[in-house]
Design a protein around this ligand. Sequence first.
Ligand SMILES: Cc1cc2nc3c(=O)[nH]c(=O)nc-3n(C[C@H](O)[C@H](O)[C@H](O)COP(=O)(O)OP(=O)(O)OC[C@H]3O[C@@H](n4cnc5c(N)ncnc54)[C@H](O)[C@@H]3O)c2cc1C
Length: 612
Amino acid sequence: MATHITEREARQVAEAAREGEWKLPSFGRDLFLGRLRLDLIHPQPRLDIAAVEKGERFLARLRSFLTTSVDPHAIERDAKIPDAVLDGLKELGALGMKVPEQYGGLGLSQVYYNRALTLAGSWHSSLSTLLSAHQSIGVAEPLLLFGTEEQKQHWLPLVARTHVSAFLLTEPDVGSDPARLGATATPTDDGSGYLLNGTKLWATNGAIADIVVVMAKVPEGGITAFVLAYDSEGVTVEHRNAFMGLRGIENSVTTFTDVFVPAENVIGRVGQGLKVALTTLNTGRLALPAICVGVSKWAVKVSREWAAERVQWGQPVGRHDAVAQKIAFIAASAFGMEAMLDVASRMADDKRNDIRIEAAIAKLYASELGWRVVDELMQVRGGRGYETADSLRARGERPIPVEQALRDMRINRIFEGSTEIMHLLIAREAVDQHLQVAGELLEGEGDLKAKARSAAQAGAFYARWLPKLAVGEGLRPGAFDELGDLAPHMRFVERASRRLARSTFYAMGRWQAKLEKRQAVLGRIVDIGAELFAIASAVVYADTIRREDAGRADEARELADLFCRQARRRVDALFDALFANDDTEGYALAQGVLGGRYLWLENGVLDPADAG
Ligand SMILES: Cc1cc2nc3c(=O)[nH]c(=O)nc-3n(C[C@H](O)[C@H](O)[C@H](O)COP(=O)(O)OP(=O)(O)OC[C@H]3O[C@@H](n4cnc5c(N)ncnc54)[C@H](O)[C@@H]3O)c2cc1C
């Protein structure tokens, strides 16, 4: 039977899994507080020469393997990554890209790990999904962050070379809400381990895995993460799931019946499993935008080639303004997403900043913008965009899989934290400073003494903070001139960041504890922050290209400029809608829909789904 969990309990579980402390500076956190800390992202850290050489060598091998030994169309047709391909990936060391050499991996930097995913994902998304599920959320990353030395020595060489791993959190009743987790781990009488019971849904790689991470409730309280040999007695793969896209992934329903897992297989501390999962994702989240960047760069290529070749109404379609605007959007967006990824990934390698907000924004932003990019790409390709690659080939045309890209891309807005959950998660971090100084005041409940203490504390903070939001570098002509022609965009970011902080403060005053219910408002606040990080990244990345690859300086500036212009318009629209919107009417109408008020609107159609 489904566990009943209140909203408050669900929130408490999420809160307990959060990393509460900020030990390192955070560009994103300051941005939401109205402070543009350009020094944290500019100039970007230089890439380590040895890491570049190693990374480039690997990319060359991966590229050659993909193009000579992997048929992406066969993966799509057969809905399967052939065993020989998996063996080839193992031989290349692709399973252990991020595992340090001392544990048998390749020890690639974050930047090159991402580039490998970008490359593999552009060939077939199922390949990059296999690789990222295996190492960004699978066994390697949680063990690297939380494992004991014995655990690392035992498991890492396996998952780096030969053993496929998976991450099993989701259950039929547990999607975005881990508080409802039903799988249990019961300590054995002799204390040597636990017995696992439960059903896990949608585990990517779960149909072929050798070693997995499983999340289960423990009687001590909370959720614990276990590493488990998948051939343990009592583990049954019940079903391989099929989806709209990612047809080659081996995604499972797996049941656990009294599966013994030794006590030494607990990852981190008992009851801290969600913290393990969330902290793993702090950088692990960069894998997904890397895949979105790959698809978007491919979209630039396809739209460039097709719009120049296809002639309608007397000229190539790329010369018609409507299509030209789409090409510009695709190219500028691909640049913007790559910039954001590069800024966040170099910071991840550099390890001097806390990048949890930047990585989360990169996931949110690239999955949303990347989706629009492939949608526009389909429009540029017209009917051919909607036609399958096999059908195109059968008619004698190039098998360009745009419809597949669209199908494969869609999931990115749902998994590893849906857009709605990312909005809440980032909003929580964005208002963290306010909760720290004024938490008691914002809580609906709480005792008066605590509220008074909180009021004094908050008064002191806001007396210093608020005046700083009135003026800043963004108002000074000539500020950020070291960024050349792109400086006005950075000035915009500075001004908009203060406006965002003022708006957030206003929203907190207006709705207080109820602000968390205003998800549409929070979503806009986060989306503005995301666009500002994107603009800052585009400007900084163009400057990096100017320094590192001078021949491309002008082109990078042009791409960055258009991207920033488009992003600024999105920011303006978001600000406009922040407090002038139809949220209240929308919410009320939705409740009417849920209550059956408009049932007559559904007349005249049939529902092809039976009872299931
Ligand atoms: C192809 C694929 C691969 C996957 N791989 C894995 C894997 O390897 N391991 C694993 O553990 N899981 C995996 N998942 C599960 C995936 O992470 C979940 O689908 C995701 O967490 C969303 O959960 P859900 O689908 O149950 O949606 P639900 O949580 O039921 O949500 C339904 C809708 O409500 C929204 N929503 C939910 N809660 C809130 C809230 N509090 N506020 C506002 N909106 C809300 C959601 O955003 C969504 O739009 C995979 C799923 C798919 C489809």
